[in-house]
Design a binder for this molecule. Structure first.
Ligand SMILES: CC/C=C\C/C=C\C/C=C\CC/C=C/CC(=O)SCCNC(=O)CCNC(=O)[C@H](O)C(C)(C)COP(=O)(O)OP(=O)(O)OC[C@H]1O[C@@H](n2cnc3c(N)ncnc32)[C@H](O)[C@@H]1OP(=O)(O)O
Length: 285
């Protein structure tokens, strides 16, 4: 058996899963766990930032590093999931955007841009096992993948307008890569959160299953579709579909950062976000 070494983790840890496969930890931090199934070569990246996997600078950085680790370890595919039983990811961490410090705000948004470009443009097949709610940035992660499977009774969508903010172009492009234009426009302008059943109906998710294990198995099945396909030809074909969106952000990173800072630090945005956060806190009491 080849032991994969990770720059971030040193020697790999072997975790027996069943008699047919061995799950090996490639890299691990407090916030993420990246494990590869030795038999299939498929990696699972588990987000682990309780209570709701809200995406702060550190989690975004770890996600990006993990995607790169999966690629450099020549994994055959990557599955994103969550350690929570009810939330895939609550999207961007409001605490990064509410009453922010400018330098941290810049690093945060720059990390989000980089993580999105790494995931959306990844050469390896990517899939999301959505085992909980996936609002806003959580939905962005899922729609940046090539395949989505979701558990029942959760919600997913880009709800930015409900918070009084505007989803940037590249969030919209990830949505448009999955949804028909008319559906995407209506959903974005309403800040619609789709139930699992609605999401499947409009094509925002490809499949619905009852357990996380089944979701991972579905993702593995999807990634298995490429078993006999030349990875180089596959990666270049995927890239041709996504290159315009990637270049659009790459060429306008600084403008996008400035637009974000201006929008977020606007007093009316701060007031709307403050009220939304207050409401969230009240609801969780
Ligand atoms: C022309 C264009 C011009 C300009 C464009 C440029 C820039 C645009 C500007 C900005 C774009 C910014 C984009 C932002 C995208 C985002 O991702 S914003 C985040 C949106 N997320 C949400 O709305 C989700 C909110 N959360 C929930 O709905 C629920 O928490 C959830 C359903 C996920 C889980 O519910 P439940 O299990 O019941 O948990 P609780 O609600 O009880 O929450 C537990 C604690 O977690 C805290 N929390 C929840 N979400 C977040 C979050 N996103 N960030 C930080 N903290 C969060 C919650 O307050 C509870 O905390 P407490 O226990 O009370 O301390």
């Amino acid at each position: 058996m080849n032991i994969i070494r990770s720059a971030r983790f040193g020697a790999s840890t072997l975790i027996p899963k069943n008699c047919w496969s061995v799950v090996r930890s490639i890299s691990s931090t407090e916030l993420t766990k990246l494990e590869v199934n030795d038999k299939t070569g498929i990696a699972v990246l588990t987000l682990n930032r309780p209570p709701v996997n809200s995406l702060n600078l550190e989690l975004l950085t770890d996600i990006r590093n993990s995607i790169k680790d999966a690629e450099s370890n020549k994994c055959r595919g990557l599955i994103l999931t969550s350690s929570s039983n009810s939330v895939f990811s609550a999207g961007l961490d409001f605490l990064e955007m509410y009453q922010p410090k400018e330098e941290r705000l810049k690093s945060f948004w720059t990390a989000l841009q980089s993580t999105w470009m790494t995931l959306y443009g990844s050469k390896i097949p990517t899939a999301a096992a959505i085992n909980g709610h996936a609002p806003a940035g959580g939905c962005l992660l899922a729609t940046s993948c090539e395949y989505r499977v979701m558990l029942p009774k959760f919600t997913i969508g880009l709800n930015e307008t409900l918070i009084g903010i505007v989803a940037p172009n590249w969030f919209m492009n990830s949505y448009l890569n999955v949804l028909p234009r008319r559906v995407a426009e209506l959903a974005l302008t309403q800040g619609k959160m789709f139930t699992t059943a609605e999401a499947q109906q409009v094509g925002l998710v490809d499949d619905v299953v009852n357990t996380k294990e089944e979701a991972i198995a579905k993702c593995e099945e999807f990634i298995g579709l490429f078993k006999k396909i030349n990875p180089y030809a596959r990666a270049l074909t995927k890239q041709q579909f996504r290159i315009n969106h990637l270049q659009e952000l790459e060429q306008n990173r600084e403008q996008d950062l400035q637009a974000f800072i201006a929008a977020i630090t606007n007093p009316s945005t701060q007031a709307a976000m403050g009220a939304y956060l207050e409401n969230l806190k009240k609801r969780s009491k």
